[in-house]
Design a protein around this ligand. Structure first.
Ligand code: PLP
Length: 436
């Protein structure tokens, strides 16, 4: 690395690059935390040539790992053939048609109808608008409210910020969209109470992540979603699941709702559908939802993004899904995930401050306690210190410290090998040793 080149980039970053979900003050004082330059498989390299094991799949999205040439070839092929075509006014194209059919064939239950977006936030905002539109068409326009959960993360567009239950994301504007309500997480009874308190005939939909991700990696009790489905059915409320993190193999099944055997009315997806090689997301609708749109609406659906169903994104997604299937990456996620959890358990035996190990597939976490039996926390958060030590040693992980949480999270690419899991665990153990 050339020192002048590095300092030039740092200065230009400070001057012009406003980073998402980052402290501007910190950037201005210290420059960017890392400048990454190359990535292949599960390894990432920074500008100084230092290598890291990617323990987070970047933002939980690089499911098939980095640098897969097949995806570049699929994109290039599509760019050469037809670089873009919009999907408004029923204009269509083969990559979009094929991807919609593919997603319908692999999704749970009868989620057979796909509306494409460019990412997770747009997908959730779309699902909220579709839910309200559904009720308008059914003659119940007062059903507007969206119930989401405290600590949920659903993105940063207006609707998805309002559904997000992590308070820090509300402080940017202090003004959430109307008709969004938050209920206690992981409690079926709490949902029932919220519905009763708000008035069942005012509620359009309830949304939940199958595993709460950014809010602290919380897995629900095994019977939670069956209970939620029953309550939604009892009150006639649409049930939306947000599989933006959990979709496409992350938890050791193709979709996380497959574990719970529950089919929602709508399911949102993004991230893993293209493994981050192209920004693409969408909403899957059940026959129940789609048939109302089909039978009761006269004019156009006044909703669509320029890049809804981008042909290059669709071609990339099709190749990505082919790789996930051909290389049995869902099974790999399940098996490597078991190794990761077994490793955490060993670390838990060695270090008295570690507890609450949880995970399915390659989506796993543990928490840090001063006294794990009494569940008392350290006066200052330990997870960021562990993350810093891991980064120094060449391992990317993430910490979550909202409220009580003092959590270390992993979400490595689904292509990770047993040897790479062992290396990840070795660096993690060393990092914990330094901090605790
Ligand atoms: N939903 C969940 C569960 C997420 O984790 C995220 C992003 O992390 C989103 C929605 C928002 O997706 P995007 O950042 O693509 O808008």
């Amino acid at each position: 690395m050339n020192a002048n080149h590095y300092s030039e980039l740092v200065e230009l970053d400070k001057k012009h690059f406003v980073h998402p979900t980052s402290s501007i003050k910190q950037q201005q004082e210290f420059g960017p935390a890392y400048i990454f330059t190359e990535a292949k498989g599960v390894m990432v390299k920074d500008i100084e040539g230092k290598e890291y094991i990617e323990g987070m799949s970047s933002l939980w999205n690089v499911n098939i790992g980095y640098g897969r040439e097949e995806l570049g070839e699929a994109a290039m092929e599509q760019i050469k053939t037809m670089s873009f075509s919009n999907a408004f006014y029923t204009f269509s194209h083969e990559p979009g048609i094929r991807l919609a059919e593919k997603l319908a064939s692999i999704s749970p239950g009868d989620l057979n109808h796909i509306f494409f977006t460019s990412g997770g936030s747009e997908s959730n905002d779309t699902a909220f608008k579709l839910a309200r539109h559904y009720w308008i068409l059914k003659g119940e326009p007062n059903r507007k409210k969206i119930i989401a959960r405290k600590q949920a993360y659903h993105g940063v567009a207006t609707g998805s910020t309002s559904a997000t239950g992590i308070k820090q994301f509300h402080t940017m504007t202090n003004s959430l969209a109307p008709d969004f309500v938050h209920t206690e997480a992981l409690s079926v009874d709490a949902l029932r109470d919220t519905i009763e308190a708000e008035g069942p005939s005012t509620i359009a939909a309830f949304i939940a992540e199958p595993v709460m991700g950014a809010g602290g990696l919380f897995y629900p009790p095994e019977d939670y979603f069956a209970g939620i489905r029953n309550v939604c059915d009892e009150y006639g409320i649409l049930f939306i699941t947000d599989e933006v993190i959990t979709g496409f193999g992350r938890t050791g099944s193709l979709f996380c709702m497959d574990h719970y055997g529950v089919v929602p009315d709508m399911m949102t997806f993004a991230k893993g559908v293209t493994s981050g090689y192209f920004p693409l997301g969408g909403v899957m609708m059940s026959e129940k939802v789609f048939s109302v749109l089909k039978d009761k609406s006269d004019g156009p659906l006044f909703h669509g993004f320029t890049y809804s169903g981008h042909p290059v994104g669709c071609a990339v997604a099709l190749k990505n899904l082919e790789i996930i299937e051909k290389e049995q990456l869902v099974q790999n996620a399940k098996e490597r995930g078991e190794e990761l959890l077994a490793g955490f358990k060993q670390i838990e035996e060695e270090f008295e401050h570690i507890a609450d190990i949880r995970g399915k597939g390659l989506l796993a976490a543990f928490d840090l306690f001063m006294d794990r039996d009494q569940k008392t926390r350290f006066p200052e958060k330990m997870a960021p210190k562990i993350m810093d030590e891991a980064m120094k040693r060449g391992l990317i992980c993430r910490n979550i410290t909202y409220g009580e949480s003092d959590t270390v999270v992993f979400s490595p690419p689904l292509v990770i090998s047993s040897e790479e899991i062992s290396r990840l665990l070795m660096i993690l153990r060393e990092s914990i040793q330094v901090v605790l």
